[in-house]
Design a protein around this ligand. Sequence first.
Ligand code: BGC
Length: 737
Amino acid sequence: MAQLSVQQKAAIVTGADFWRTVAVPGIPGFLISDGPHGVRKVEDHAAALGLGESDRATCFPPAAGIASSWNRDLVERVGQALGDESRALGVGVLLGPGVNIKRSPLCGRNFEYFSEDPLISGELGAAWVRGIQSRGVGAALKHFVANNQETNRMTVSVDVDERTLREIYLPAFETIVRREQPWTVMCAYNQLNGVPASENTWLLTELLRDEWGFSGLVMSDWGAVDDRVAGIDAGLDLEMPGPVAESSASVVAACASPAFEAKLDASVERINQLAHRVTDSVGPAFDVEVHHELAAAAAVESIVLLRNEGGILPLTPGAPIAVIGELAVTPRYQGAGSSQVRPTRLSAALDALQAHTEVEFAAGYSLDQSHNAQGLIDEAVALARRAETVLLFVGLPEGFESESYDRTTLDLPGDQLALISRVTAVNSRTIVILSNGGVVTLEPWHDATAAIVESWLLGQAGGLAIADVLFGVQSPSGRLAESIPFRLSDSPTFLNFPGDGNTVRYGEGVFVGYRYFETADVPTRYPFGYGLSYSTFGYSDFVVQKKGSRASITVTNTGTVAAKEVVQLYVSAPTNRDVRRPVRELRAFDKVSLEPGESTTVHFELSDRAYAFWDVTRHEWVVDGGEYTVQIGRSSNEIIAQQAISIADSRPKRALTLESPVSDWMEHPVTGPLLKRAAAGEAVEGGASVLDMVASMPMRRLLRFPGVPVTASALKVVLLAANNPVIRGIAALFDRS
Ligand code: BGC
């Protein structure tokens, strides 16, 4: 550090170009590339974003797809392959995973995020990071934090309360940081409660480093910096891209303060450590075929079978089918924006289906609306009329969802809706296959179909996966990692998305996704966690250990084909007087693979956090004492086994004072019986209990009312006794007996 001039240090903390860091003698530069679901290495490092110009790399299913797999091992294997490809392409840090929560189904970038639930996002994100970093390549956990919309993403202030932040938006980041120590974290563009993420000392230093123990490097999102000096002060080590003359000049000037220069030194040191951690040798070439097969395996598990009337699926090999829909030949396999990978192969569903049976095809619509829509529909309907079974491929064309802007509707394009209506009217054996990154509504056409396959965006091998699932080579095993609402207006963020002007208020609090639907009892078309299989599963022997720290359940494949089941464990908290809790929350899950007739017992470990909420008065996790229900669900809406357990309060008992509400005095073993006896004669007034009416009143206030025959000084003596642990303990014994 001593050998570096202030100018050199100021240069190092901002990028050398779009994708490289600055090199000085002793500190090598390294290459950063976009991910997350593939390596987007741009050859000309100085070139702007270079969308579409990158080297070829395997395009795995984006997060929205692979999240439906609920399969940690699979995600880790994809992470390893991403690490190998990064090495082969000389990339030192791969930008991903993105673990922002899907707050609204309209977010244009939902295809790049895992779930509306923090547990899945954290578990799958952790597997992703573990896989990449096992190959000596750094991950970049992004976008930290509360980047849940694209509208005004660079400027919007997210107004979110402390509990919501802790329970919904932070846990995925927290799990991954604590468990996997990602080499880097990328800060978000937006402001958090009025402070830009890139200048947020609480976020980047106090929470990330001091509380969670992060020891890696914090980089900016591309162009997220306004004030470089404030950024360094807050803990933002590296600004990307660069160079930015204004940043360097301001950093040099700020070094007049030794305290600031010490912070700059800390950032330079972290860049130095990362630069030496990154392996500079280019790794061996990756096996394109093997990775394509892995992409296909990942795509299979990403597919969610939503509807299968009369068991129309799987199809019989050899039986002729009509395939309708341009998306069967021009697949939509990833989202638009910085994550766009140039794939090594691309399998279209039509080609893959032809390997299983005889196929007739009609486009039905054009993705760029360049053709006569009516003509395409008429041609498709004629084919549907004479076909025995129709596979109808519909979905969102690329321009409908992208990084940088949000959607305004959950509907499919109008020409596709017209096509679905006409085709289903002439062929009752119509199977709809959807391609979309963000959720689409299945209304009003849902009931007219024989089956619906939600295939999200499946990466480069999606066509193979779709054909394998439709023909039963593989049983579908995806489960929804996000709810599918009937209508946009049913969703909890409807009134608060994307906000007013430059502010978005997270008014729904912790009630995001299924936490809202289940608690408010708002029906969804398909709930979180839902998905069909070609097999059936039986559950038995649900055991929850008394203290709630362990649970187990036996699962049996009761059907006739090999299949995978996702075992979902939810916790339902008791009604809390002060804090509204969701009716249930996912607290553990596992995926098991079973042959017909085979059983296995799944074991879960549950920490205190499974029962806790974030207490804003104490600024810590608190477990409320009371009766909890541990539940096993086929989805957030279908509980098939449950067990009640009693859990002790984690808070030390609060001393009783004159400020304590009357209810606390009532519940106390010493003062409760005294109060009840004193109020015995007047406990009811006009049908209402007087004690209930004054329950929330601090005792000191009650004493001021005329006719209350006790004084504060008399009660102080009672308090001495009540707060004496021995007397309290004895009174508690009497209270019980
Ligand atoms: C995106 C990041 C991405 C970066 C570099 C930004 O606009 O938000 O996710 O990694 O660009 O392309």
